[in-house]
Write a protein that binds this ligand. Structure first.
Ligand code: SF4
Length: 310
């Protein structure tokens, strides 16, 4: 009798553990079905497809010129300016960037048309209208001189193609984010930059959690002070997400699975503030979840709703 009682208690405990496991499992399966990332991104594509297609065409014009080895002065000017801006604008907020761009346009750099002014022209803050105001100014100026020396011996097209090859091998020239952003902006959509908008977005929606175990079993490293380590973990998560969830979803004939740079164009428009680029600032500093087409596919929203119905 005594023995039977012990066995029953054992059985009871085991049954309870099994029930708990089943319950946890059920909760996760439920969560995975609820977090339907793919449908969410289809809605994002519907919302931003048109403006992003216009941007893609702009980037493709540059890539076409690069691949056709355009060596005209106008094209060189455009590329030089993009390089300098990319370096100078690193780490600045969008409104400062817009102001600097306006100043550059007003002062019409490159007016003498000689290669000799580069980089001297840009480093003459008075003449170029470019302000190196931040604490990294010296480092940025050094980088511009270094790149201008590389460009004396290379065509801009060769320089960009080489940059792309280097990035594919994990090396950097201007810095990982600047390199990736520059390449994306010039039609290399296999490269995707990671900025503060994408970091917030990837965390909130749950993509970071989904890939955490694979790329960063210690989640604190996602927020590490080692910039390169943090950058790479976020980037790997976003690239894998595109490959695993977005296959067959297209914009302008580009499959999003293989073109994370285009996904970045969409995310940026959803999260950033710039009205000029048709950004809606929905998942910005302060998320406006009630207006967000992704809310049914977002971990943060789901947790928020669950908290209210507890
Ligand atoms: S539901 Fe809220 S947190 Fe989630 S993506 Fe949209 S705005 Fe961001």
């Amino acid at each position: 009798m005594r023995e039977n009682l012990v066995i029953d208690r054992d059985l009871e405990e085991k049954t309870q553990k099994l029930k708990n496991k089943f319950h946890t499992c059920f909760k996760w399966v439920h969560l995975l079905f609820t977090l339907d990332f793919r449908s969410g991104f289809k809605r994002l594509v519907e919302e931003y497809g048109q403006v992003v297609t216009e941007k893609i065409n702009e980037c493709l014009r540059l890539r076409h010129n690069i691949e056709n080895r355009n060596s005209s002065l106008d094209f060189k000017k455009e590329i030089f300016r993009n390089i300098v801006n990319q370096i100078n604008l690193q780490g600045r907020s969008a409104d400062v960037t817009d102001k600097i761009m306006e100043e550059i346009e007003e002062k019409q750099p490159f007016r003498d048309g000689k290669i000799g002014w580069f980089p001297e022209y840009f480093l003459d803050e008075e003449a170029s209208g470019i302000k190196f105001l931040d604490k990294f100014a010296d480092r940025k100026k050094e980088k511009i001189i270094e790149i201008s020396n590389q460009l004396r011996f290379k065509s801009v097209a060769d320089w960009i193609i080489n940059l792309h090859n280097l990035r594919q091998r994990g090396q950097t020239v201007m810095g990982p984010k600047s390199d990736d952003d520059f390449l994306k902006e010039h039609g290399y959509f296999d490269r995707v930059p990671i900025d503060v908008h994408s970091q917030r977005f990837l965390f909130r929606i749950g993509i970071l959690h989904y890939y955490s175990e694979k790329y960063q079993p210690n989640p604190s490293k996602f927020f590490s002070t080692n910039y390169n380590e943090k950058y790479e973990s976020f980037q790997k998560a976003l690239v894998s997400f595109c490959r695993d969830f977005l296959s067959g979803i297209e914009i302008g004939g580009f499959d999003l699975a293989k073109n994370p740079g285009i996904v970045d164009l969409i995310i940026w428009r959803h999260c950033a503030e710039s009205e000029e680029y048709h950004c809606k600032n929905i998942c910005g500093d302060q998320p406006k979840c009630h207006r967000c087409c992704l809310k049914d596919s977002c971990l943060q929203y789901l947790l928020e709703v669950k908290r209210h119905f507890k």
